[in-house]
Design a binder for this molecule. Structure first.
Ligand SMILES: C[S@@+](CC[C@H](N)C(=O)[O-])C[C@H]1O[C@@H](n2cnc3c(N)ncnc32)[C@H](O)[C@@H]1O
Length: 223
């Protein structure tokens, strides 16, 4: 699959300031981590040595470089061929999911986000850097005009996707956010609302078969 010029440039260290963004995004990610759309492994230098990373991509053809890099990783690594829209993992498996420059090319990003939510542990987070439609209308309109040619030439990359809105619509809460180039590039840490510990506690209360607190009747002395 051809890749888009934004994504190619962003893989070069130092370009578009994305090396700094990758460092800030990944240097504190720990536990069991799933990276989707790894391709050549541009994120490899930024992971903590104790992270247990599973790298994955829907297309194995470009993963050779990533496999060589991650083989040197102290905590080892696993490689999986996986479509983000149908992840081959059990519910609540990962503390973090990492997706950098991937949502632009996933055919149904909403479906992938539902899968990411499913495999994240309670309080797990999605760490992403994406290019998307600018929040400035004149730039967004230029992106709309160039999108069809871009999509054809890059083999499926969406130049004008509203990726942050899609993430919010999938009921992820954005907990940290940075933008650059008029909002074309965005650095986002988000969390599925249904996986937040407070909402888990709320669900337990809601589905508790017995009232969790004494009701007035129970507290009354027997007559
Ligand atoms: C532009 S590359 C990004 C590579 C790397 N993550 C980075 O930051 O430079 C996009 C990658 O997403 C992968 N991809 C596209 N659709 C996918 C899907 N449905 N599931 C998993 N990976 C997908 C492509 O095969 C490609 O390797």
């Amino acid at each position: 699959m051809a890749s888009c010029p934004f994504c190619r440039t962003a893989r070069r260290p130092g370009w578009l300031g994305l090396a700094g963004w990758r460092y800030d995004l990944l240097s504190h990610v720990s536990g069991r981590v799933l990276e989707i759309g790894t391709r050549s492994g541009a994120n490899y230098p930024y992971y903590r040595a104790d992270a247990k990373v599973v790298i994955s991509d829907v297309d194995a053809t470009n993963m050779g470089e990533a496999i060589e890099k991650f083989a040197r990783f102290p905590a080892g690594m696993e490689i999986t061929l996986a479509d983000a829209q149908h992840l081959p993992f059990a519910d609540d498996t990962f503390d973090a999911v990492v997706a950098t420059l991937v949502f632009c090319s996933i055919p149904d990003p909403g479906k992938a986000l539902r899968e990411i939510s499913r495999v994240l542990t309670p309080n797990g987070k999605l760490y992403s850097i994406e290019h998307m439609r600018s929040r400035y209308e004149p730039i967004g309109l230029i992106q709309d005009v160039f999108h069809p040619a871009w999509h054809a030439v890059t083999g499926g990359c969406h130049l004008n996707r509203h990726t942050e809105s899609i993430i919010r619509a999938a009921e992820f809460e954005i907990v940290e956010r940075r933008t650059s180039l008029g909002g074309i590039f965005r650095w986002l840490i988000s969390q599925p609302a249904e996986k937040q510990e407070s909402s888990v506690a709320f669900k337990v209360l809601k589905h508790h078969p017995d009232p969790p607190f004494p009701t007035k009747t129970e507290a009354d002395p027997p007559t």
